[in-house]
Design a protein around this ligand. Structure first.
Ligand code: UDX
Length: 451
């Protein structure tokens, strides 16, 4: 099939590479010329495991353009909108890029019917809004109605950074929000190999044992949009729940890891997303929970559970600094090393990263902060040059004569450090990840979350 992807961020590029690997004829468009130039030269604009490898294999089969005249819209079978929807200060999503994409589609529609798939996380009801924009704009440009030329479908994305390709090839489900038979049939065709799992798995991304098929949930458009928000809010809630339990565990002398295992084995609860720690960050959980609360407010509805999940989460960041202060008594002038700067391992993404708030709080209280990350420091230097902390790839420098260490994200290299060679200090293990027994034997004062 001929597929156009609008937006070459995490969602767009991973989806495009996956669909090209499955044999589709994929064009990606992005208005950022530098990004497109880089992609034409085979440069992936962000770090994502295996994406480089797969991209270099199928690069020649993909086309990268930065203007709609070259995107061949009249001949596309499916167009994915996968542009960014950043948060506005009031929590609502900024839809400027979605509007631009919809208008550009309208200007370039041809005679052939095309399915427009909204993959960007947009506010509930946006599918209808995109449809209305295309319709109106088409009328303005062509002075006639675009009847039968397109249909807008919602197919939210659930991929997680650091495992994005895995999530593209082996998703738990595909959601398609549409009551339009032809659109659903076309997407069933496009995603057929994923649903049947009959494609040849890339060598470095073997198919999980026992995965025989992936279900497609077909529902109305608004429900599909809401599935995305409900899924992310539930996962965010699960993490905040275990973090709240962790605080009580700490008070009564229990171990939250055992509690998580004990409750997680109950199949009704499930064992994933129960790792206590400094909480969630990233591009989705914060933004989507804020957007859900904001949408509810538009309907005079309060969502106290989701608000509480947010409060607990952002409170974890202050907790780390308070706990450190409790141990060191005085933070002013103390050297603190942060291990891991991105919001989780295997990504260089700093959106809503707990490290940022923790750095700001430490600097406010007078600490001298040095941060390390295996892949995110270039982004840190360019996006956050004025945090008042120093960045270094050199772990010897980072850990030299420090007063305390905070583990922010669970990169395996931190567990495998030559801890024997480091002077024992207080460590806040923000992910309950380090080998506490070994480190304690070496004289470190290891403080986990809820242990
Ligand atoms: C998330 C969703 O998982 C994905 O389905 C959606 O499409 C986008 O948002 P992502 O933000 O990439 O994906 O990462 P995820 O692995 O979900 O982790 C989010 C945050 O939660 C990270 O900061 C992680 O460290 C934290 N987390 C996760 C916990 O604190 N505890 C856990 O048990 C799991």
């Amino acid at each position: 099939m001929k597929v156009l992807i609008i937006g070459t961020g995490y969602v767009g590029l991973n989806t495009g590479v996956m669909l090209a690997y499955l044999g589709n004829d994929v064009t990606c468009i992005d208005l950022n010329q530098d990004k497109i130039k880089g992609l034409q030269e085979r440069k992936v604009p962000f770090y994502e495991p295996h994406l480089d490898e797969l991209f270099s294999k199928i690069h020649q089969k993909m086309l990268f353009v930065c203007n709609y005249a070259e995107a061949d819209i009249p001949n596309q079978d499916v167009i994915f909108i996968a542009v960014g929807t950043p948060s506005l200060p009031d929590g609502n999503a900024d839809l400027t890029y979605v509007r631009q994409a919809a208008e550009s589609i309208a200007e370039n529609l041809g005679e052939k019917f095309v399915v427009v798939v909204n993959k960007s996380t947009v506010p509930i009801g946006s599918g209808n809004w995109v449809e209305a924009i295309i319709r109106e704009h088409y009328f303005e440009v062509h002075n006639e109605k675009p009847n039968g030329l397109f249909n807008v479908v919602s197919s939210p994305e659930f991929l997680a950074q650091g495992a994005a390709l895995f999530g593209s090839f082996y998703p738990d489900r595909i959601v398609v929000g549409s009551e339009h038979e032809l659109s659903v049939a076309r997407l069933k065709d496009l995603f057929g190999p994923i649903m049947r799992q009959d494609f040849e798995a890339p060598a470095f991304l073997p198919r999980p044992d026992g995965l025989k098929e992936v279900p497609m949930v077909v529902c109305d458009l608004t429900s599909a949009e809401m599935i995305k928000y409900a899924a992310n809010s539930f996962l965010a809630l699960k993490i905040s729940f275990i973090n709240e339990i962790a605080h009580l565990a700490q008070k009564v002398g229990a171990d939250v890891s055992s509690i998580a295992r004990g409750i997680g084995l109950d199949k009704r609860i499930g064992d994933r997303f129960l790792n206590a720690g400094i909480g969630w960050g990233g591009s989705c959980f914060g933004k989507d929970t804020a957007a859900l609360v904001a949408t509810a407010r538009d309907y005079n509805l309060d969502m106290p559970i989701i608000r509480a999940a947010r409060d607990v989460n952002y409170g974890q960041r202050t907790w780390v600094v308070d706990r450190l202060q409790e141990e060191l008594k005085i933070l002013k002038g103390k050297h603190i090393a942060l291990l891991g700067f991105s919001f989780k391992p295997n990504t260089d993404d700093l959106r809503d990263a707990p490290s940022l708030d923790i750095s700001r709080l430490l600097v406010q209280r007078g600490a001298v902060v040095r941060a390390h990350d295996p892949v995110a420091l270039n982004n840190a230097r360019s996006q956050y040059p004025n945090l008042g902390i120093s960045y270094s790839e050199d772990l010897n420098f980072i850990l030299d004569e420090v007063d305390a260490i905070v583990l922010i994200s669970e990169w395996p290299i931190y567990r495998d450090l030559a801890w024997e060679a480091i002077t024992p200090v207080t460590i806040i293990d923000g992910r309950n990840f380090l080998d506490k027994e070994r480190l304690s034997q070496l004289g470190f004062n290891v403080i986990g979350v809820g242990r």
